[in-house]
Write a protein that binds this ligand. Structure first.
Ligand SMILES: Cc1cc2nc3c(=O)[nH]c(=O)nc-3n(C[C@H](O)[C@H](O)[C@H](O)COP(=O)(O)OP(=O)(O)OC[C@H]3O[C@@H](n4cnc5c(N)ncnc54)[C@H](O)[C@@H]3O)c2cc1C
Length: 312
């Protein structure tokens, strides 16, 4: 395929517009480009994308994503069309049917307005529903898994699939849904007083603003909170999950920088980027932080953020 600004692909299904050589939008505001990016408007167009590249990469809101500077060769797909971003409430059952491309913060506001509780603890988490499900987004005030009834999607072969809650391996920042193309989910929300929900959302947002560098360019927490492999004096007993930010801070990494990337002075588990930063700066800084935490405590910290590179 040539590198014209736009190409139309016709397969056995509906045609889909594909843009060539596009900067992949992420909350780090740095990183590489997609050779090809599609924003399908319908399930049929999404199937066309899968026919074209079964190894395609799904892009949500890019809030947990670092794209290496070389960019990616696979087709990148973002679900921005109305079929994928809408939601409907069934007032009788409290079930919310929501497209995978819907914006989580907007959905939270709408749920609170309607007096439907369950999502307000996720206030301040930038995400699409698809990305929030894959990451099991959450924190001290809950996780999206708590509301999930079922998830709909397509397999890599283009077959529709529905997974009930108990078929999904939801754990701390994990779902096992990574290979699925998530298109929609049904969430169960409880009927509550809108004023109470508003207050709770305000508290959550206040906590986040106090503790996190919300205005900086970041992808949220870079590392998962690890489970301690042994008793560590002053840290915790073996088997306890502890804050990665606390370990990074106590390993002396706050303020540590590699070129345009630095460990946030406000929250040690956030890496923030300057406008001239490269993805390589973040990757090198992550390696340095992991090494220092390991040297200080003998604890391996694993990335929470997803890194896309040309070698996958
Ligand atoms: C300021 C800030 C604060 C944050 N705070 C938190 C927090 O408190 N708690 C928390 O958990 N996270 C937090 N994050 C991280 C981020 O918001 C979450 O991980 C969120 O769930 C990412 O969603 P996304 O749509 O941006 O996914 P992306 O970053 O676009 O993608 C993440 C993964 O999901 C996959 N994916 C996306 N959509 C689909 C789909 N439709 N089908 C299949 N796979 C898909 C992608 O391929 C990728 O593997 C924060 C980020 C920022 C920038």
């Amino acid at each position: 395929m040539g590198r014209d600004a736009m190409t139309t692909v016709r397969a056995q299904a509906e045609a889909v517009r594909i843009e060539n050589d596009v900067l992949i939008p992420t909350w780090f505001h740095i990183g590489g480009r997609a050779d090809q990016l599609a924003r399908p408007e319908s399930a049929s167009q999404l199937r066309t994308c899968l026919l074209r590249d079964p190894e395609l990469r799904m892009l949500g809101d890019g809030a947990n994503l670092l794209v290496d500077d070389d960019g990616v060769r696979e087709l990148v797909v973002q679900l921005t069309g109305p079929e994928f971003t809408g939601w409907t409430f069934d007032e009788a059952t409290g079930l919310l049917s929501v497209g995978a491309g819907a914006n989580l913060p907007k959905l939270i506001l709408e749920a609170v307005r309607r007096g439907r509780g369950g999502l307000e603890g996720l206030g301040g988490i930038p995400a699409s529903i698809g990305g929030a499900l894959v990451m099991n987004a959450g924190g001290a005030f809950g996780q999206i898994a708590d509301t999930v009834v079922r998830v709909h999607g397509l397999t890599r072969e283009g077959q529709p699939i529905t997974l009930e809650r108990d078929e999904i391996d939801f754990r701390y920042r994990h779902s096992g849904l990574d290979r699925l193309i998530i298109t929609r989910a049904e969430l169960e929300l409880s009927e509550e007083d809108p004023a109470g929900l508003r207050d709770r959302l305000k508290e959550v947002m206040h906590y986040k603003k106090q503790s996190q560098p919300m205005g900086d360019r970041s992808a949220g927490c870079v590392f998962k909170n690890p489970v301690l492999p042994a008793d560590i004096e002053g840290i915790g007993p073996r088997g306890e999950r502890v804050s990665a930010g606390m370990l990074i801070d106590r390993a002396g990494c706050k303020g540590l920088a590699v070129r345009g990337a630095s460990v946030s002075a406000r929250h040690a588990n956030f890496i923030v980027t300057a406008p001239d930063a490269h993805a390589r700066d973040v990757i090198d800084l992550m390696a340095d932080v992991r090494r220092r935490v390991h040297d200080a405590f003998g604890v391996e910290i694993e990335p929470e953020i997803v890194v896309w590179s040309s070698t996958r």
